[in-house]
Write a protein that binds this ligand. Structure first.
Ligand code: SF4
Ligand code: SF4
Length: 72
């Protein structure tokens, strides 16, 4: 499951553009992800320029730290 820190999102649309499944929609200032269709590829997590997306899998959170963008 992808988590969005909505307070920090700047609605740039970069995550929408990189999702290979085309399941992210940006409507005005609301980001909607069709979670059941998500393949956990993390391309949106890596593609967000300010690192506000993270992925939860098996109880662990995966994200890219900004600005260093190291996986933790
Ligand atoms: S993890 Fe992959 S499939 Fe899921 S929303 Fe992000 S880019 Fe799309
Ligand atoms: S790439 Fe990041 S900042 Fe841009 S719309 Fe997606 S979550 Fe928001």
């Amino acid at each position: 499951m992808i988590h969005i820190n909505e307070e920090l999102c700047v609605y740039c649309g970069a995550c929408v553009a990189v999702c290979p499944e085309n399941i992210i929609d940006l409507i005005d200032t609301h980001l909607k992800i069709d979670q059941p269709k998500c393949t956990d590829c993390m391309k949106c997590v890596k593609g967000c320029p300010i690192g506000v997306l993270s992925m939860e899998r098996n109880g662990k959170i995966y994200a890219f730290d900004h600005p260093d963008r190291g996986l933790f």
